[in-house]
Every structure is written in structure tokens, then in C-alpha cells.
Design a protein around this ligand. Structure first.
Ligand code: C5P
Length: 321
């Protein structure tokens, strides 16, 4: 018989560069972004319920969030659940035959609604786990099918599937690798309340429409050079996020957190993606530990966590949680 439990892990991302163009007809914004994955990750288990039959419906019987993920849906609207069903549809189309039901267990290590692609990472982990399961039952579908499903599920899902350091264009789903030397050390200032990504994009449109001079940052040449140098001080001068102005406009408290990170000695602080998590680049692991401790002491953040980047893409792991 096949494997009963498959575990997969997927990592958080930050945008070292996030240039946001005008809104498109489909509501998405044209991006020029450089993603980097971080050591922070979520884990997903796929439990195969041998002896059951899913018929023609969803193979997912349940989604267990372990009580740790407030605000994350535990039903078929969850991206991980949808990812499994979408991949199953491809395998069914290829004639896989009757499938048993599965239970999903998700353990969140990535802040929820924090601008770090936590939901996207769960979808990527679900794709890897479901692919490992289904590829035991039928000819494996090509990687291109996983990439297509990932892009359908969300703009950040293709990157969380791949990991590393990548340039993203389009709505973020067109990816090419970017060379990055060494490991960078980050402190993540996590807020208790998430921010809605669509609201932050809409706020940027509104600020631009009201005449605020917020041009789209499209040039990543200096960042690419800094990443090749492997020098965090050089990288610090190249971090750009066009969503920082709207995120701080919606959540003015973020300015205090960014100032507190600088006062604690961080090389540079930046809002992560659409926020509200603030990412602080540090010189090394010891420095990150000091900055995290000082930021925690300010009481401005829920937690301050250290992380390194780049990290891997979503992958199946042998060990338990
Ligand atoms: O693709 P995803 O579902 O993660 O995007 C969430 C929301 O973020 C979109 O509905 C849209 O409002 C906004 N978004 C955008 N432009 C992008 C990516 C996301 O406007 N390139």
C-alpha cells in the first residue's frame, strides 16, 4: 500500500523590491518584484483515509488548523484545500480512477495576513504533498501543471512553490531566478492585527489618484548588484516597497515600528509586502538577536522573530511536526 501520511513544508517570503504599476482591467496591478524566501515556514500533513471513496467530489474530508491560526478558514475556501482539489482534477482528467478521502493538518509558523505569503505557502505545500501522493497512483503530471494551478490560486503561490530569490513580473506569477550570494539575517516585527492585501493596493491607487507623487519603482539593477555582493549593508540601501506608503497610511502605527527597528540598530526596515509585518535587515545572527530583543521590549509588536533568507521552495519532508 502507499504512504499514509505525507508532510510538506513551505516558506514565508519577503519582497526585497516591490514596484507596483497601475491597476489592470482585471483589477490586478502590474508588478516588478524581487521575492526572497525566509526560514519561517508552515507545515502541512496529508493523511490518506484508506478504504474511503471520494467519488467525483472533493477528496478533502477535513482541514485541521490546530487551533493556532485565527482568521484562517478551515473549509473548502482555504487555499490548501483548493490546491489539493485542483491537482486531483488534473489527475482525474488523466484517468487516475477512484480516490480515497484525505484529511489535511496545517501548522502555521508564518504570521497570518502579515504580508508574508502564509496562505500562498500553504497552497504550495498542499500541491507538493498532493503531487507526492497522486504520483504514486498514476503517471506524475508535469511540473508545468503545478505551476499553472499555483498561478490560478494566487499571485504569490508560484513563488512559494519555487523559493530562493526570484524576479516576479505580471501580477507576480512570471518568475525568473535572481542570483543571490550568502545568507541574510532578518528580524520580523509581527503585528497582532493583519492587513487586507486588496485594501492596501486600493489605498495606493487612491493616494496616486489624489496627487501623491508615488511613482512605480521598476528598476532592480542596484538590488541585483547588492545581492551579488552578499553584503547586507549594500542590500540595506536597495530595499524598496511601493506598498509601504499605503500600508502606513492605513496603519500609522507601522511608522513607529519602523523607527523603533532603526533605533534598535537594524541596517534598514521595510514593510513586508502589503504588511503589516515589518522586516528589518541585520548584519548577522547575533545582531538580529539583539535587534529582536530590543524591538520586543518596545511593546510595539506582538512578537519579533528572527529569520534567514533565502530558503527553499515548498517540498516534501520526512520528519514529523
Ligand atoms: O493573487 P491574490 O489572490 O493573492 O491577490 C490578492 C489581492 O491582492 C487581489 O485580489 C488584488 O486586490 C491584490 N493584488 C493586486 N495586484 C497584484 C497582486 C495582488 O492588485 N499583482
Amino acid at each position: 500500500m502507499g504512504v499514509d501520511v505525507i508532510r510538506a513544508r513551505a516558506h514565508a517570503k519577503i519582497n526585497l523590491h516591490l514596484g507596483v504599476g497601475a491597476a489592470r482591467a482585471d483589477g490586478y496591478h502590474e508588478l516588478v518584484t524581487v521575492f526572497q524566501s525566509l526560514s519561517l515556514h508552515d507545515e502541512l500533513e496529508l493523511h490518506v483515509r484508506h478504504g474511503t471513496s471520494a467519488g467525483a467530489g472533493s477528496v478533502v474530508n477535513s482541514l485541521d488548523l490546530g487551533g493556532t491560526a485565527g482568521g484562517v478558514p478551515a473549509d473548502s475556501s482555504n487555499l490548501a484545500w483548493r490546491a489539493v482539489d485542483k491537482l486531483v482534477a488534473v489527475y482525474r482528467g488523466a484517468g487516475v480512477g477512484d480516490l480515497p478521502m484525505v484529511d489535511l493538518k496545517l501548522r502555521k509558523g508564518i504570521p497570518v495576513a502579515g504580508g508574508m505569503a502564509g496562505g500562498s505557502a500553504d497552497a504550495a505545500a498542499a500541491l507538493r504533498a498532493a503531487h507526492a501522493w497522486l504520483a504514486e497512483l498514476a503517471d506524475p503530471v508535469p511540473e508545468a501543471d503545478l505551476e499553472r494551478i499555483a498561478a490560478e490560486l494566487g499571485s504569490d503561490v508560484p513563488f512559494t512553490l519555487h523559493g530562493g530569490t526570484m524576479l516576479g513580473t505580471g501580477r507576480g506569477e512570471n518568475l525568473v531566478p535572481v542570483l543571490s550570494r550568502g545568507q541574510y539575517h532578518w528580524v520580523l516585527g509581527v503585528s497582532s492585527q493583519g492587513l487586507s492585501t486588496p485594501e492596501v493596493f486600493a489605498k495606493l491607487d487612491e493616494l496616486r489618484a489624489s496627487g501623491r507623487d508615488l511613482p512605480a519603482a521598476t528598476d532592480t539593477a542596484a538590488l541585483n548588484r547588492a545581492l551579488l555582493s552578499g553584503d547586507p549593508t549594500e542590500l540595506a540601501g536597495c530595499l524598496v516597497n511601493d506598498l509601504q506608503a499605503p500600508a502606513t497610511s492605513l496603519r500609522p502605527g507601522l511608522r513607529k515600528i519602523l523607527t523603533a527597528g532603526s533605533a534598535a540598530g537594524a541596517l534598514q526596515g521595510i514593510v513586508s509586502g502589503s504588511g503589516p509585518t515589518c522586516a528589518f535587515l541585520c548584519r548577522d545572527a547575533d545582531h538580529a538577536g539583539e535587534v529582536a530583543a530590543e524591538l520586543t521590549d518596545t511593546g510595539l509588536v506582538l512578537t519579533a522573530r528572527t529569520a534567514t533568507g533565502p530558503a527553499e521552495g515548498a517540498h516534501v519532508v520526512p520528519e514529523t511536526f
